[in-house]
Write a protein that binds this ligand. Structure first.
Ligand SMILES: Cc1cc2nc3c(=O)[nH]c(=O)nc-3n(C[C@H](O)[C@H](O)[C@H](O)COP(=O)(O)OP(=O)(O)OC[C@H]3O[C@@H](n4cnc5c(N)ncnc54)[C@H](O)[C@@H]3O)c2cc1C
Length: 436
């Protein structure tokens, strides 16, 4: 019996974030695939601060052969949720120590990126290649146009270009992102600079007020991360919110996280209540930690989100989205890099299974990944309904009840379908169900 030769496939991956790098690593293992990453940056470097690597992400890093390369990080067997104004512990999650599995960690984003990069074959990445559009050229493939005036053709384009994807804009032109109202500020500083403040700061944890939080975590190599969030009604706060990784002043960040004025506790009059915005109030030691961030240390990120897509593939299977471009959830589960890496790995398995038949492979990719993302959107919707209903039953909730409500409605649900996802097992089950 003769077997048809495996067709040659020229694949352009747009974006060199976790999704693009992982896709290229996985695709490079398939026969007759020529892969190139086009990245807009002139130098591959992550903006942001830390990133969590849980069991799901470790699972796919193992499959890619990258897990052993990622060495540094702070183990997060315990994580805390605290009331940021009173210091009360609201929820402590202790994962049972399991020496047989890799420890969940918080690490520097650059550590994950370097680990992935070390497994990308030389010559695969082209830097300073900012995509401006893609054009469907029918049987000839897809044309990619870059800001520098050049263009290339590819049989398949993988949009790994993040939440503000140009690939998605071209192939799904009606897709719209909206500002969620949440602004995020992130930085890294030496642990030695803050360790005198509170021993609890050495444990990964969130310190909450009703509309803001401050997240502290060591990230390994003597560094400590601060990531803070503040929510404002997007109806009144949308205009200027387009920033992503933009330097901002310390004063600007600190203005969202103030100290509770001592006179307000003594004189809890209407006058004082009007003059102080209690939703911003934090313990003095938290405020002090923010004050110790070196000048120019902060980066601001405005969180955008977009609706669920009904397909992650387009143009007769010549375009596919992976990572943030495919599910604009703005880091809602704190595991988006893991999802992006899983996408890349699954795409490669599907192409390999169908011997580079992109139509069959992309159909299978949609079948595996769409329901997963649909479940995430449904979960977030359910959580927000639950939280609103709970607030309603509280009537006129106190400050502390509002803080507690933020946490309690998040907890108690089995989230192993995300944080324990074993993409290798998911793939195996699916492949076994396919006709021989
Ligand atoms: C505040 C915050 C905290 C988070 N915390 C976590 C966490 O703890 N754990 C976790 O797993 N995930 C976390 N995430 C999510 C995670 O950062 C993303 O899901 C992940 O980076 C997505 O990877 P990606 O490769 O799809 O996109 P990105 O990381 O956004 O990479 C996209 C790449 O494409 C390039 N690019 C963009 N446009 C173009 C263009 N036109 N032409 C060429 N190149 C282009 C960019 O320069 C970039 O290199 C967090 C997200 C946020 C916002």
């Amino acid at each position: 019996m003769t077997v048809d030769p495996i067709p040659h496939l020229k694949i352009a991956v747009v974006g060199g974030g976790p999704g693009g790098l992982a896709t290229a690593i996985a695709l490079s293992k398939i026969p007759n695939v020529e892969v190139t990453i086009y990245e807009q940056a002139s130098l591959l470097r992550e903006v942001g601060a830390g990133i969590s690597i849980g069991q799901n992400t470790w699972n796919v890093l193992e499959l890619l052969g990258v897990a052993d390369t990622l060495k540094s990080g702070h183990e997060t067997w315990t994580v805390l949720n605290m009331n940021g104004r009173s210091g009360e512990e609201l929820l402590r999650r202790e994962k049972p120590l399991a020496p047989s599995i890799r420890a969940p960690i918080r690490t520097q984003r650059t550590a994950l990126q370097s680990a992935l990069l070390a497994h990308v074959k030389p010559g695969v990445i082209q830097l300073s290649k900012k995509l401006t559009s893609i054009v469907d050229r029918g049987d000839e493939g897809v044309e990619l146009n870059f800001k520098d005036g050049t263009n290339v053709m590819a049989d398949l384009v993988v949009g790994a270009d993040g939440i503000r994807s140009v690939v998605r804009d071209s192939a799904w032109p009606s897709y719209e992102l909206k500002f969620t109202g949440t602004t995020i500020w992130r930085t890294l500083l030496p642990w030695d600079a803050v360790k005198d403040l509170d021993p609890r700061f050495e444990i990964t944890g969130w310190w909450h007020t009703p509309t803001t939080h401050v997240y502290f975590s060591p990230v390994g190599e003597g560094l400590w991360e601060i990531a803070c969030r503040a929510w404002h009604d997007p109806a009144t706060h949308s205009a200027s919110k387009v920033s992503w990784g933009v330097p901002v002043t310390n004063e600007h960040v600190e203005s969202h996280f103030t100290v509770r004025p001592s006179f307000s506790t003594l004189l809890d009059t209407d006058f004082v209540r009007e003059k102080t915005d209690k939703t911003k109030e934090y313990l003095p030691e938290i405020r002090e930690a923010l004050a110790r961030v070196p000048t120019d240390g902060w980066r601001e990120f405005a969180a955008f989100a977009g609706p669920e897509l009904s397909k992650l593939t387009a143009w007769d299977s010549k375009v596919v989205l992976v990572g943030d471009s495919s599910h604009a959830l703005s880091g809602a589960f704190g595991s988006g890099a893991g999802f992006a890496i899983e996408d890349g790995w699954v795409l490669a398995q599907a192409l390999s299974y169908f011997r580079n038949d992109r139509r069959k492979a992309l159909h299978l990719f949609d079948e595996i990944r769409l329901p997963y993302y649909a479940r995430m959107y449904a979960h977030l919707e359910e959580q927000s309904t639950l939280r609103a209903a709970k607030l309603k039953t509280l009537g006129n909730p106190t400050y502390d009840e509002r803080v507690a409500n933020k946490i309690i409605s998040d907890g108690g649900k089995d989230m192993s379908w995300i944080y324990g996802n074993d993409i290798g097992a998911v793939w195996k089950k699916k492949a076994e169900s396919l006709p021989a």
